[in-house]
Design a protein around this ligand. Structure first.
Ligand code: COA
Length: 254
């Protein structure tokens, strides 16, 4: 039976690449996003690929909207096996200049959004008797390092990484589920690259810090995600894979 995956924030960058690649790999794909125009463009792009898909407009900050998206998916495809928590929000701001609402906004999207969607998913698993479902979270290496200038995102991603490991144990036992994460390095054509690599000079500095000497591509993240959701990765649980050309390891102490 064809399995169904829901990708949050799937209308651009890595989310869109994952949606397209997973559909090519034979999954039913459901894409959520906030922007109606971008959802429409993603819908059109998905129509080019054989198989079935749907797009749903919603904000991961709204728990009821997450539940409704999961239920809509279950009605349409019978059940929902997998979720990619990709939706994110971020901006560079020194922490002493950040407003409480700026902090809350990013935490709400990244950490609470991941919980909201995962919690809605597991309710669906309970009702449909799904065993062996999966969640894939997208984090960043500042989840376990420091994130100067991106404190809310760093704190939220650290929370998501911990949630990945916690649910891998809780829901591994209870639902035979696999919960894993990808930590992408600098990836071209993403919201993160557009927002965080602020000038060509800054982007070049980042590039030089990647041992493999280049930004990654959304398609490379999508290939890894497709493998991690596949049966080939059936014993992978609670793991975070950095796909970053060695970027986070490059501290050059000497
Ligand atoms: N610097 C400092 N504070 C900022 C900021 C910046 N660059 N951008 C937003 N904020 C603050 C706002 O001032 C506001 O706080 P305030 O009410 O105290 O003024 C708060 O964050 C919320 O901003 P708002 O624009 O109302 O939120 P939103 O829900 O419309 O947008 C964001 C959320 C800010 C995360 C927006 O950038 C977004 O939607 N991002 C999605 C895409 C993305 O970030 N991709 C990169 C992923 S790595």
């Amino acid at each position: 039976m064809t399995k169904t995956v829901l990708v949050t924030g799937g209308t651009s960058g890595m989310g869109k690449a994952m949606a397209l690649t997973l559909k090519k790999a034979g999954w039913n794909v459901v894409v959520t996003g906030r922007d109606a125009d971008r959802l429409h463009q993603t819908d059109v792009a998905l129509q080019e690929i054989q198989g079935d898909h749907a797009v749903i407009q919603m904000d991961v900050r709204d728990p009821e909207a997450c539940m409704a998206a999961v239920n809509q998916t279950r009605q349409r495809f019978g059940r929902l096996e997998a979720l990619i928590n990709n939706a994110a929000g971020n901006f560079i701001c020194p922490t002493d200049e950040l407003s409480p609402n700026g902090w809350k906004t990013v935490i709400d999207i990244v950490l609470n959004g991941t919980f909201n969607c995962s919690h809605a998913l597991v309710k669906g698993w309970q009702e449909d008797g799904v065993s062996g479902g999966q969640i894939l979270n997208i984090v960043a290496s500042y989840a376990w390092q420091a994130g100067p200038g991106v404190a809310p995102s760093a704190a939220a991603k650290a929370g998501v990484l911990n949630l990945t490991r916690t649910l891998a144990v809780e829901w591994g036992y209870k639902y035979q589920a696999r919960i894993n994460a990808i930590s992408p390095g600098p990836i071209e054509r993403t919201g993160g690259a557009d927002k965080l690599a602020m000038s060509p000079e800054h982007a070049e500095r980042i590039r030089r810090n990647v041992p493999l000497g280049r930004f990654g591509t959304p398609e490379e993240i999508a290939d890894l995600a497709t493998w991690m959701l596949s049966d080939q990765a059936r014993y992978l649980n609670g793991e975070c894979i950095a796909l970053d050309g060695g970027h986070w390891l490059n501290k050059q102490p000497f």
